[in-house]
Design a protein around this ligand. Structure first.
Ligand SMILES: [Zn+2]
Length: 436
């Protein structure tokens, strides 16, 4: 292992580990056509085995491999630290640098997975390896988990683990994974966002059936017309602003900086203080729905029997009833609804020893910063682990430059992470493991 005298071994190792993980292509196309996670899982297991931590590989389908290991002592409740090994695909021709080369340029490590989420995998591995080597093993039982298939819903990863290997999670009460712990800058102050909630996800297929016929004749049962009207209603609907406890805290913090108070009326203006992160945070103060696919017909003068639309709808925790009632009303009669995926939202109370430890460890490394919870627009493996009753948080600490449009890098072109942010993350995670 390289040591350069200045950095700790873990800090200097984290960039190398992240680069090696990026170089192992684990693109997840949503089916089994990708390379799978096996190679990355073996690499991770090897890194753990090397320091005497026994790792177990679980393969759901050929090549779709997750890694689990037990670490730490036996005092107190179990803590799960989890990251996923797969990445979304990358179209190399769109990128300035090869997405799987793991190049470092101008202080940034480039590549698919640099922020989602081989960065956190590498941080965890670097910190765990260092502490294990130095004999600084936490007294609390730690479960380490590196999953397959998160980017396609975790059905070949986290879901299989909780269903078929539940004993691995025995005694675990809290889970820490993505997407949180990164800094945003509001009015010159760094605010670290801890994920404490996720929106629910309803992916729906809407099917209208009507009477087929000639395009020149009267037809009062036109499937295309009925479906289009429903899609237009869904797309145009203005959902009311609803602040969940998590977003009350976050926007209350911003309101304080702005010398005001948070209300549903000024919530949108407060969210806009976040610059680039508004893209995501603007979506978590209301339910949302986006029609995404449409198909019907095969010839201009033939009215088809059937028209189909797909819709991506997302619900706030605590507002599911309003969400589904409104959807039903907007869709209207005469349209069949089926779900491609229907996952509940969740919200963990923002208190307790894990939250305290996240605050203390971040503020020790960045004393002038603010730490606050947020609600994430998408879903992660946390949705599966929550089913075992765990309190979940997203905490992959990164101190980022104010002008970096970080949320655009998730699944984006030219995904990259500052190498000093990775090193910062290692220092914070090391302190976090001291604190819990
Ligand atoms: Zn991710």
């Amino acid at each position: 292992m390289a040591q350069d005298g200045q950095d700790s071994p873990a800090e200097s190792e984290v960039v190398d580990l992240c680069r090696e993980l990026i170089r192992i292509d684990t693109s997840n196309f949503g089916d089994d056509s990708g390379p799978g996670e096996r190679k990355a899982a073996e690499y991770v297991a090897g890194l753990l085995d090397e320091v005497g931590i026994e790792a177990r590989l679980y393969e759901s389908d050929p090549g779709r491999t997750s890694v689990m290991a037990r670490w730490g002592g036996d005092q107190g409740d179990g803590l799960l630290l989890h990251g996923h090994l797969d990445v979304v695909p990358a179209e190399a021709s769109d990128w300035r640098l090869d997405p799987f080369s793991g190049e470092v340029e101008d202080g940034y490590l480039w590549g698919r997975g640099a922020v989602d989420m081989k960065d956190f995998d590498a941080m965890l591995l670097a910190v765990v390896r260092r502490r294990q080597r130095e004999g600084r093993v936490p007294t609390r039982p730690i479960t380490l988990c590196f999953t397959a298939d998160e980017e396609a819903g975790g059905h070949r990863g986290a879901e299989v683990l909780i269903n078929e290997h539940r004993d691995e999670f025995e005694g675990v009460t809290d889970a820490v994974g993505e997407v949180g712990g990164f800094s945003t800058t509001v009015r010159g102050r760094r605010i670290y966002l801890i994920e404490a909630a996720e929106k629910g996800m309803a992916w729906m297929r809407l099917t209208a059936r009507g009477r087929a016929g000639h395009g020149s004749m009267i037809n009062d049962d036109n499937a295309v017309a009925r479906l289009s009207a429903a899609v237009a209603r869904l797309g145009a609907h203005q959902w009311p602003i609803r602040l969940t406890p998590t977003m009350e805290v976050l926007l209350g913090t911003v309101a304080e900086l702005a010398g005001t108070e948070v209300t549903p009326e000024n919530a949108r203006a407060l969210v806009e203080e976040f610059g680039g992160a508004t893209r995501m945070l603007g979506a978590v103060i209301s339910n949302t729905v986006n029609p995404t696919m449409l198909s019907a017909g095969y010839k201009v003068n033939v009215i088809p029997t059937e028209a189909v639309a797909h819709v991506d709808a997302r619900s706030l925790p605590g507002y599911e009833e309003e969400f589904f009632d409104t959807l039903k009303e907007l869709i209207g009669d005469g349209i069949d609804v089926s779900y491609l995926s229907n996952q509940e939202p969740w919200e963990t109370p923002y208190d307790g020893d894990v939250v305290d430890a996240m605050h203390r460890s971040l503020l020790a490394e960045d004393p002038d910063a603010i730490v606050a919870p947020y609600l994430m627009s998408g879903g992660t493996d946390a949705k599966h682990f929550r089913k075992l009753g765990m309190r979940s948080y997203g905490f992959a600490p990164l101190r980022l430059p104010a002008d970096l449009d970080f949320t655009a890098l998730f699944h984006g072109v030219d995904e990259r992470v500052p190498t000093d942010a990775l090193e910062f993350g290692v220092r914070v995670m090391d302190r976090f493991l001291d604190e819990i």
